[in-house]
Design a protein around this ligand. Structure first.
Ligand code: PEP
Length: 254
């Protein structure tokens, strides 16, 4: 959609090594003509590689953390504060990813994710805020209810003024890592309804200006059709972001 700059995120999850990241970043640099004034690109390495990724990645791509701690630095063993993410040159964080919401060992709540988002924004980090329904929820006809519940927690926590650094990633859980991509009709329907919800619960400006990415088995083979949809403003990509052909997904903005 025209008034919103296309954005493509790559979520490396708990994958790659230092050497593999160096190689991949070299391959991504081999496309110097990419029009990064027209498409924002953000890569999210595992926490131990944030600093290294920032140092070897082309400067016109940004770096995201995959999670942050909800508060400041202190006695929080195993956590990473927003200040530290910023300190190593990262500008984004992915929050509310379905793996962090749904893995039984993690199970982050709507409210915890909303609080983390508030913390990230207050430190000047931009946020890819992930939402989406499970297969069971879709089959019960609850897709929109679930997305609205997840977004309402955020709206309640950050209010109406602080959305310029928020990007929503709609990622149906049944489409993540499964090769089962949502159809263009399914994607456009949910994206359009999310925008409608934002207009009502937040305001029109936020509804018009907030980017809504699609995520779930996006690949070079299926990205072009989805990129044309009026309410799709980019992608969040897992598996296909681990290879240099990720460049083809980035190019789908055209
Ligand atoms: C993701 O984890 O955000 C994702 C969309 O994964 P994949 O592209 O592998 O389905």
């Amino acid at each position: 959609g025209g008034l919103r700059t296309f954005l493509v995120g790559g979520n490396w999850k708990c994958n790659l090594s230092k050497d593999a990241i160096t190689s991949l970043c070299k391959e991504l640099a081999a496309a110097p003509d990419l029009e990064t004034d027209k498409v924002e690109v953000v890569l999210a390495p595992p926490t131990p590689y944030l600093d290294h990724t920032r140092s070897v990645l082309r400067q016109d791509f940004e770096v995201a953390a995959q999670n942050i701690w909800v508060g400041g630095p202190g006695a929080y063993t195993g956590e990473t504060a927003a200040e530290m993410i910023k300190d190593v040159g990262c500008t984004w964080v992915i929050l509310g990813h379905s793996e962090r919401r749904n893995l039984p060992q993690i199970r982050e709540s709507d409210d915890f994710i909303a609080q983390k988002t508030k913390t990230a924004l207050s430190h000047g980090l931009k946020v890819m805020f992930c939402i989406g329904e499970t297969l069971e929820e879709r089959e019960e006809g609850r897709t929109l209810d679930v997305c609205v519940r997840q977004l309402h927690a955020l709206a309640e926590t950050i209010g109406a003024d602080d959305w310029k650094d928020v990007v929503i990633a709609y990622e149906p859980v049944w489409a993540i890592g499964t090769g089962k991509i949502a159809t263009p009709d399914q994607v456009e329907e949910v994206h359009e309804k999310i925008r409608h919800y934002l207009a009502g619960d937040v305001n029109d400006k936020v509804a018009q200006e907030t980017r809504i990415l699609y995520g779930g088995s996006v690949s070079p083979g299926n990205c072009n059709e989805l990129a044309q949809l009026p309410d799709v403003d980019g992608f969040l990509v897992g598996g296909a972001s681990l290879k240099a052909s990720f460049l083809e997904v980035i190019e789908s903005f055209k």
